[in-house]
Write a protein that binds this ligand. Structure first.
Ligand SMILES: [Ca+2]
Ligand SMILES: [Ca+2]
Length: 247
């Protein structure tokens, strides 16, 4: 009887230990190292989304030069040609599942050889490269285009270079060209992130962007616009967001 009691006691202690251990894990994983004041916890939204009906979508993207795509806070795809490729012009088609409403978030990068913002450094055509991208999203069940890039997208520029564009032909651009790099705001791909202070996109023509390889392989909807930040040359890395309600 005494032995039985001590066994029960041991099991009880082990049970308490297991409980406290698992609650510690939960606390640790929900603690964010850098929590921005504008971000609220996304947990309740995810829980609701998991029980709603998921749909399948196709994203078609052409970017000068590179992009990655997040939907409702999850990375769903990225440009297959790395940003370290100097001339990277290609269209991509990405299929993913997600649950309405959608928060689409993208990172786009214009190629730059160094933080100077220049490309072809030391060659006769050393220059500030330019950016630009276009995207359209189709609900595959209905075939309807449910989102396109346009002037409503909000874009936050996190790499700008050169700040002094007169350095473009410098023999030593890595010393003479100035640049600005900002941190990605914590939780910026999350549906609950507040992007109200981010500027809206600037719409450009195909000639202004100088569209190249891959652009013509996709049939673009008339509402799908080429966009970028306010400066096609010096805005090099941009975070984008758009909200898409269920149609
Ligand atoms: Ca550039
Ligand atoms: Ca470029």
């Amino acid at each position: 009887m005494k032995l039985f009691r001590s066994t029960v006691l041991m099991l009880a202690i082990l049970g308490v230990a297991a409980c406290s251990s698992s609650s510690e894990t939960t606390t640790t994983s929900s603690t964010s190292a850098l929590s921005a004041p504008s971000v609220t916890e996304a947990e309740p939204t995810s829980t609701v989304a998991a029980s709603a009906q998921a749909s399948t979508f196709t994203a078609e993207v052409w970017a000068d030069n590179w992009f990655s795509l997040y939907v409702n806070g999850q990375l769903v795809g990225e440009d297959s040609v790395p940003i370290t490729t100097e001339r990277s012009f290609n269209a991509e088609t990405i299929t993913f599942t997600a649950t309405y409403p959608l928060t689409i978030a993208m990172i786009t990068k214009d190629y730059k050889e160094t933080d100077s913002g220049l490309e072809y450094i030391g060659e006769p055509n050393q220059q500030m490269g330019d950016g630009g991208f276009v995207a359209q999203f189709t609900d595959t069940a209905t075939g309807e285009i449910i989102a396109t890039t346009n002037g409503n997208w909000r874009g936050f520029v996190i790499q700008t270079a050169p700040l002094n564009s007169e350095c473009e032909k410098s023999a030593d651009p890595n010393t003479e060209c100035q640049f600005e790099i900002l941190e990605e705001p914590s939780g910026w791909t999350s549906p609950s992130f507040d992007d109200a202070t981010w500027p809206t996109a600037t719409v450009y023509t195909a000639d202004e962007v100088g569209v190249k390889d891959g652009y013509d392989t996709i049939t673009w909807d008339g509402n799908a616009k080429l966009i970028w930040g306010s400066n096609l040359n010096t805005n090099n890395t941009i975070l984008w967001r758009i909200h898409v309600p269920q149609l």
